[in-house]
Write a protein that binds this ligand. Structure first.
Ligand code: HEC
Length: 169
């Protein structure tokens, strides 16, 4: 019983384990190597999404974004090459492009303000879609991403949020 309690203690206090002396650590050989608290286990938070919200996000996407980003958010053909006007066509949002390089905050910013102000072609949506509607659209296109990609994005987004929090201290 004592040993079980000790295991629970070790697993839930990664940082303390790091400061334990060697002898204690060697008795814990059967434990997974990585109990560091900085590596949170990955929980795909998409599992909690309500399907009605997802449907609404899809509807809003279809109404407003399909014309450029494609029916399944696959992006325009040749989205990586500039058009004759020297500007890029709409990239995919379904996980085959690089939308996952941007934290949630940056995705919202692009959607709200568009890219015309930056010399691109996307119009701003801030006067046409509410914050909630924008979030629902993001929720929907992210539901198309494969788990590994979403996981990488979630890490990046957490890091971004952490840095913002530190900056505001
Ligand atoms: C008139 C065409 C057009 C429409 C409509 C449009 N977009 Fe875009 N979007 C673009 C283009 C083009 C880009 C690439 C940036 C650029 O060069 O302008 C882009 C980029 C983006 C990006 C950044 C992707 C990345 O990989 O960095 C997001 C996110 C995005 N759009 C979401 C949306 C959403 C959501 C809607 C609907 C509410 C929408 N767009 C409607 C043309 C459009």
């Amino acid at each position: 019983m004592q040993r079980v309690l000790f295991k629970v203690f070790v697993l839930s206090t990664g940082l303390i384990v790091a400061s334990c002396d060697r002898t204690e650590q060697t008795t814990q050989k059967s434990e997974p190597e990585n109990t560091s608290s900085s590596k949170q286990p990955f929980v795909d938070d998409r599992i909690n999404i309500d399907s009605a919200r997802l449907m609404r996000g899809r509807e809003l996407y279809l109404k407003n974004c399909t014309v450029c980003h494609g029916l399944s958010a696959e992006g325009a053909p040749n989205w990586q090459q500039r058009d004759e006007d020297g500007k890029f066509p709409a990239p995919p949002l379904n996980g085959t492009g690089h939308a996952w390089h941007h934290p949630h905050h940056a995705l919202v910013d692009t959607i709200k303000n568009g890219t015309i102000r930056l010399g691109g072609k996307m119009p701003p949506w801030k006067d046409r879609l509410s914050d909630e509607e924008i979030n629902l659209i993001i929720l929907w296109f992210q539901s198309q991403w494969p788990p590994e990609l979403y996981q990488a994005w979630q890490r990046l987004d957490r890091e971004y949020e952490k840095r913002q929090l530190e900056r505001s201290k």
